[in-house]
Ligand binder design. Structure first.
Ligand SMILES: [Zn+2]
Length: 313
């Protein structure tokens, strides 16, 4: 920080784009494979952009993962533990990826990793941040939002101490997730593919501008901060006893007010939201989260302040 309150960061020269962290999320898989054949549109001056399939075996089988969720596998225990052929496939893979793009938390780590995901929820385009104080990433998402207008892009902030997880992208100094939906698992939709591609192009433009020495002035970023997970109502055996209510289904990012219906039981009874103030649900009825006992996540809306940034000299 200088006295003018400008945050300085080194140039971002090493950038990676991850696809296939979940092997059945097709936009990222297809974009990364396309860019591996011809990377012209993701190359920018002064930086190397590496497209990379993180979970090739899951991609081959078109499944979320083989043994365990790769996007939860980058824990300190997994990354520092001894190598063993008997480890779950994704733990082995996390170790390899950490060697190639990290080590996580070290000066050698990649500067930026974009991790491309699809959701079955009606979330539209969503950028996912893991820190409210990474001013480089805050400025990047501000730039992206401005550049794609009037199209919109929500920003989800996941830094909850108990709900944050150990993502593939967390290996980078500036990790950023891109989640675009709705798209069924194993399906490729052209509109989702093109939205993702467009956002990536603007993100890379931002990094190129930053590297050339452009100073980005202070700005505010509207984010949705993850507060808690909500599970489906269940019986004593753990079986689901209700569905997402039709008034909530597909209403990602819209306010849920106290008393609004959340679930509908199989005999038609509405289960209301009993919180004390409005919240913003998202990842509503995400297919991949049934196994995680999660019907949706609740967020609160916040404005984050980003300081001015420029590259360190
Ligand atoms: Zn995913």
């Amino acid at each position: 920080m200088t006295s003018r309150n400008v945050s300085c960061f080194p140039e971002a020269r090493k950038v990676a784009i991850f696809g296939g962290t979940h092997g059945n999320e097709m936009s990222g898989v297809m974009l990364v494979n396309m860019w591996k054949k011809n990377g012209a549109e993701i190359q920018r001056n002064g930086m190397v952009t590496k497209p990379f399939i993180t979970n090739p075996r899951a991609v081959e089988k078109c499944t979320r993962y083989i043994d365990t969720d790769l996007n939860r596998a980058f824990t300190p225990e997994n990354l520092s533990g001894p190598w063993d052929e008997g480890l779950p496939y994704e733990v082995q893979r996390a170790k390899e990826i950490n060697q190639m793009f990290g080590p996580k938390g070290s000066p050698d780590a990649y500067d930026v990793i974009f991790d491309l995901h699809n959701t079955t929820s009606n979330m539209g385009s969503t950028l996912i941040l893991e820190s409210s104080t990474d001013h480089f990433n805050l400025q990047m998402v501000h730039y992206i939002k401005k550049s794609i207008a009037p199209a919109s892009c929500a920003v989800l902030l996941n830094e909850h101490p108990h709900l944050k997880y150990s993502t593939s992208r967390s290996v980078a100094k500036h990790p950023i997730g891109l989640e675009v939906g709705p798209q069924p698992q194993g399906v490729l939709r052209s509109n989702i593919f093109e939205s993702m591609r467009d956002i990536l192009k603007h993100a890379l433009d931002f990094i190129e501008l930053f590297n050339t020495g452009v100073e980005f002035p202070p700005c505010a970023v509207d984010v949705f901060k993850v507060i808690e997970r909500v599970d489906y109502p269940r019986d004593a055996n753990g079986n689901i006893t209700a569905m997402v209510h039709p008034h909530l289904q597909d209403c990602d990012w819209e306010p849920l007010n106290p008393g609004d219906p959340m679930f509908q039981t199989f005999d038609g009874r509405a289960v209301p939201y009993q919180g004390s103030s409005p919240v913003y649900p998202t990842f509503i009825n995400e297919a991949a989260y049934y196994e995680k006992q999660q019907a949706f996540v609740i967020t609160r809306r916040e404005m984050l302040a980003a300081t001015a940034i420029r590259k360190s000299i």
